[in-house]
Design a binder for this molecule. Structure first.
Ligand SMILES: NC(=O)c1ccc[n+]([C@@H]2O[C@H](COP(=O)([O-])OP(=O)(O)OC[C@H]3O[C@@H](n4cnc5c(N)ncnc54)[C@H](OP(=O)(O)O)[C@@H]3O)[C@@H](O)[C@H]2O)c1
Length: 278
């Protein structure tokens, strides 16, 4: 399906590079089908050297030269990029946006020409081919475009089609989700050190425990609750720790923290100008 289609990544930073890397590694496209834009010429030279792709500092050139445009710049600057490039889009293209909080309606209002817009919320495990990337179609999207998005994002992990009204919650849960785990791991490493373990040992123990626990969650049919119950014998060591967390209402705190992220995603979307209509 992606044969011969040219794909341009506008704003090729962390997520953009992860996509480029995944597409090249999976041999889903040839390097020459890919193009990246950003302002830093040094960073573009690195992308060209590493992946053999085409690069440009000119966003308009990127839009003109490609069939599928992936908008991967930060949500705060995307409106001004769309304002500068709106005249470069043409019928027949497909636009994919990964910017947190930015609606398909907003992007559609700039690119016009009934160009299908797909909104995707990947996460940073894309860097190791393990992203979760839910996506939704805008007004002009069809099953064909859904397949295009699924193909591109399955190069860096798992995808699933959702309704757009779920995207802010998804942003808060899986988009920001890796950071919550990293935060927990930071606390565990510090706990190891405060109990007298050397830091390198504490890191090694936590890293492998995290990997093993994640594999258990993914590779068994048991729920996290069942897996936890399995290792929590009454009055045992794990029970002592979990009881302490329960007394501090930790689960409730986690729910409230995720809600804060959802509110921020909503604010980012509300902060952009209204859909641009002639
Ligand atoms: N990071 C995540 O976990 C995550 C998860 C899901 C979705 N997202 C979304 O993905 C998008 C990118 O996030 P990221 O973490 O990859 O950010 P990032 O690393 O900062 O990448 C964005 C890139 O945009 C480039 N840029 C800035 N101004 C530009 C301009 N005028 N024209 C072209 N390129 C420009 C920057 O490079 P130069 O400075 O060289 O221009 C930068 O490398 C955001 O919209 C974010 O909401 C991120």
């Amino acid at each position: 399906m992606l044969d011969r289609l040219k794909i341009g990544v506008l704003g090729a930073g962390n997520i953009g590079e992860a996509l480029i890397s995944g597409l090249v590694k999976a041999s889903l496209v040839e390097a020459k089908q890919l193009m990246a834009s950003r302002r830093s010429e040094v960073a573009l030279a690195y992308l060209a050297d590493t992946y053999g792709i085409r690069t440009t500092t000119d966003n308009c050139e990127l839009v003109l030269e490609n069939d599928i445009i992936i908008l991967a710049a930060k949500p705060q600057i995307l409106p001004s990029i769309l304002e500068d490039t709106e005249h470069c889009f043409r019928p027949g293209q497909v636009v994919i946006t990964v910017a947190a909080g930015i609606s398909t309606a907003f992007v559609e209002s700039w690119v016009k020409n009934d160009i299908p817009v797909i909104r995707v919320m990947p996460n940073t495990p894309a860097l190791v081919g393990q992203a979760m990337s839910p996506y939704c179609l805008g007004r002009h999207g069809s099953a064909v475009q859904a397949l295009v998005a699924a193909q591109i994002f399955s190069a860096v992990g798992v995808t699933t089609q959702v309704e757009e009204e779920m995207l802010d919650a998804i942003t808060a849960l899986s988009g920001s989700g890796p950071a919550y785990f990293f935060y927990l791991l930071e606390g565990l490493i510090e706990a190891g050190v405060s109990m007298g373990l050397p830091e390198h040992l504490s890191r090694a123990l936590v890293r492998q425990t995290c990997y093993g626990a994640a594999k258990l969650v993914v590779e068994t049919t048991r729920t996290p609750q069942q897996l936890r119950a399995q290792v929590t014998s009454p009055q045992g060591t794990t029970h002592a720790a979990i009881s302490f967390l329960e007394q501090a209402s930790t689960k409730e705190l986690i729910k409230q923290a995720v809600l804060k992220a959802k509110e921020r995603a909503h604010e980012l979307g509300a902060g952009v100008p209204k859909p641009h209509l002639d």
